[in-house]
Design a protein around this ligand. Sequence first.
Ligand SMILES: *[C@@H]1O[C@H](CO)[C@@H](O)[C@H](O)[C@H]1NC(C)=O
Ligand SMILES: *[C@@H]1O[C@H](CO)[C@@H](O)[C@H](O)[C@H]1NC(C)=O
Ligand SMILES: *[C@@H]1O[C@H](CO)[C@@H](O)[C@H](O)[C@H]1NC(C)=O
Ligand SMILES: *[C@@H]1O[C@H](CO)[C@@H](O)[C@H](O)[C@H]1NC(C)=O
Length: 344
Amino acid sequence: MIRYLCTATLLTTVFCQQFPPDIKDDIFNIISNTSVILKECSGTVVSPSELTFTLFNQENPENGIVLDHTNLQQVKPENRLILIIHGWLQSASQSWIIQMKDVYLNQTAANIIVVDWSRSAGINYASSVCAVPQVGSYVADLIFNITSDNAAQLNNTQINGFSLGAHVAGIAGQDIQTKTNGHKIGRINGLEAAGPGFVGRPANKRLDKKDAWFVQAIHTNNWQFGYGLSYATVDFQVNKLLLNCGAFQRGCPFFSGVPKSISNDILEGLLPHIFCNHIRAAVYFIESINSGNFIGVSCKSCFRFGLGLCKSSPTAVMGENCPSDVSGDYYLSTNARTPLARGD
Ligand SMILES: *[C@@H]1O[C@H](CO)[C@@H](O)[C@H](O)[C@H]1NC(C)=O
Ligand SMILES: *[C@@H]1O[C@H](CO)[C@@H](O)[C@H](O)[C@H]1NC(C)=O
Ligand SMILES: *[C@@H]1O[C@H](CO)[C@@H](O)[C@H](O)[C@H]1NC(C)=O
Ligand SMILES: *[C@@H]1O[C@H](CO)[C@@H](O)[C@H](O)[C@H]1NC(C)=O
């Protein structure tokens, strides 16, 4: 762990010179497991015009259609609706988002809506945290405007949210229930739901198992960027290092698994490494769309998993193909390089 911490800290110190100082401090604090200074959110205003919702489907796989309330009929009700929501310091043009969308559309006639809230996500961490509830409520408006009270279509809706985007998904899932008298979104995948600012907060301020019919959590950086406690219908804890499960990933920080960004932006180039353990949740998820090989084993604790006491316990496939009838904590290990799934 020390080694990982040192490498990450080194990367931060050496390369963060170009980041705005408040962002640099936030990254340093989060990586060294000290709390970030949160703030009173009362003055935060996110205007709807800051958000962009872009629809991709098999007819428009590259150049998406920017949605507003006049063209929502472009979303085909007979197909699945999948929303993808980015996290802190990210935008909709993140390479992992483009890859996730491409992998889905290669095999599924889905409506993929990519949410961009980069303006509020591109500032200091505490301010981005404050924007989450409002962004979540706009996402709920969009889903409600598309599906109205159609429970079957809501059941056919899934949100994949990364980091702060996972909590945006949670708030959207709660708002949908308020708007529809208790109807729920089918599934939310919490890809490394953010930890700082959310641990210790009540369930209605963050992503939680009640926010959809089925909530799956993938934990890859517990107690740093990620939410270290179990919070979902099913929680997958990926990889074990010393006494930590779901915290440090094989191959990090040098092999992040994120496709190389086309931009030469220092932030884009470096963040995959600083976020290596964190972003892996999204990387595993993308591989899982065409794979049933991330196989978790049910276990009561990381300690018992480490001792090999759960080898004959029930298993569950992690990721896109996770069945809806599993619950509780599951543990698994991965490879350090692609294919990351081990199949055992
Ligand atoms: C799409 O599918 C083809 C054939 O299975 C495969 O060769 C290609 O790599 C896939 N592309 C993506 C982005 O998944
Ligand atoms: C949803 O519909 C309401 C009422 O027509 C409109 O004010 C709002 O802008 C719409 N929001 C989205 C995201 O489509
Ligand atoms: C939605 O899915 C849940 C669980 O998968 C099920 O209990 C519920 O009845 C479904 N609702 C509708 C309207 O299909
Ligand atoms: C980080 O801090 C939390 C709470 O203070 C602690 O439970 C956890 O073990 C720490 N994680 C690491 C990786 O040191």
